[in-house]
Design a protein around this ligand. Structure first.
Ligand SMILES: *Cc1c(COP(=O)(O)O)cnc(C)c1O
Length: 380
């Protein structure tokens, strides 16, 4: 028996909603389920507008178009992230400037962002690693001071938020993912959240292939035509129907993940206090969505041995990102601002453990037993 690394959790209404779409005969996107998902997301996040997309990748690409990033512009982002964070801007000719992450949260280091700003900088991208919101207060102050856009890659952080309401919704654009590996899933899916209402009209145009079709469907124009650049960013109603069921159950899914997370954390604390591993640190100032649980081994070799040990015990533990700054495309299209020691360290040592809603809490104990046996410790 293998303990899976992740597994989507169905809430019960997915099939019913999809059946309604099939019966309606209206399968294309931007229909009733899309509208309901968007309304729910707007209510939940407090952003002025939500637009469902085919992926977080697509939402980031929309953000890159919306900020008019041009050839040679620089976009500051962490190296420790998924390729889409950088690709979206490289597609528009921009240069990703990779900075380090903080050693506690593995989120972008605001001090290094401040040093990396040049007259060519157009935007900062904050990636909420492991669902932990970045220090958006400091990042938005920096963005304001230098006239930059602040974009949030919130692929992993739906339903996480700062405790202080004043620290929420500080990004100009936020990109969510509903990929099957995330907390709330649609197979493939995402959303772009828009902060300022001044961007909504253009966002809708870019979303609908560069046409004003959304205005047309609201009866605001006589016919629709090609008015700007854009692409096919919107998902079908089948995806939206599935997603609505997920979004309606999102709090329950998240609460269950938090239970698993807390169980891991309590059970792994002795391994940390004995100096074997480093555990995640959650800032006091935020609520988290328990997207990931991980331990950091001491070095690359120990990590390889630990992964093998866990896998041999039937535990699907995995490493994570290869840093972008020294990946083949990262070297070709971007540059590292400086040495990135925290990025290199976390990339070499992280071990992500199985965590999903619906997981048996006894499986958490099995995983921790395997960790304990690797480090020669007895189970509590
Ligand atoms: C998963 C992920 C993405 C990509 O999401 P898709 O919906 O698959 O495009 C982008 N950025 C980060 C940080 C992610 O974790």
């Amino acid at each position: 028996m293998t303990i899976r690394y992740t597994q989507p959790r169905l809430t019960g209404n997915e099939e019913k909603y999809i059946a309604k779409v099939l019966a309606s005969g209206r399968l294309a996107g931007n229909g009733e389920y899309t509208r309901q998902c968007q309304e729910l997301l707007e209510k939940e996040t407090g952003y002025a507008k939500a637009l469902l997309t085919n992926s977080c990748t697509a939402a980031l690409e929309m953000a890159a178009i919306l900020i008019d990033v041009k050839q040679g512009d620089e976009v500051i982002m962490p190296s420790f992230t998924f390729v889409s964070t950088a690709n979206a801007f490289v597609l528009r000719g921009a240069i990703p400037v990779f900075v380090d992450v903080e050693s506690g949260t593995f989120n972008i280091d605001p001090a290094m962002v401040a040093s990396a700003i040049t007259p060519k900088t157009k935007a900062i991208v904050a990636v909420n690693y492991a669902g932990i919101p970045c220090n958006m207060r400091v990042l938005s102050q920096l963005a304001k001071k230098h006239g930059l856009y602040l974009i949030e890659d919130a692929a992993q952080s739906y339903l996480s938020e700062p405790r202080n309401p004043e620290d929420r919704n500080l990004a100009d654009f936020s990109a969510l993912s509903f990929h099957e590996t995330k907390n709330i899933v649609a197979g493939e899916g995402g959303a772009l959240l828009v902060n300022s209402s001044s961007f909504i009209e253009r966002a809708e145009i870019i979303w609908e292939k560069g046409t004003n079709r959304t205005k047309f469907s609201r009866g605001e124009v006589e016919k629709y035509s090609w008015v700007d650049i854009g692409s096919s960013f919107l998902p079908s109603e089948i995806t939206a129907a599935f997603l609505l069921a997920q979004l309606e159950g999102a709090k329950e899914i998240t609460a269950d993940r938090i239970l698993m997370w807390n169980e891991y954390h309590a059970s792994c604390l002795p391994l940390q206090s004995k100096g074997h591993v480093q555990l995640p640190r959650i800032p006091e100032s935020i609520f988290q969505n328990a997207h990931l649980y991980f331990v950091l081994a001491k070095n690359l070799d120990e990590r390889a041995d630990l992964l093998k040990h866990l896998n041999d015990d039937g535990v699907s533990a995995v490493h994570h990102y290869v840093p972008l700054h020294d990946s083949p495309a990262g070297l070709r299209f971007g540059r590292a601002f400086d040495a990135l020691p925290n990025t290199d360290k976390v990339a070499d040592t992280i071990v992500r453990l199985p965590l999903w809603s619906g997981m048996d809490i006894r499986d958490v104990k099995t995983v921790v037993s395997s960790l304990n046996s690797f480090y020669g410790e007895l189970n509590e």
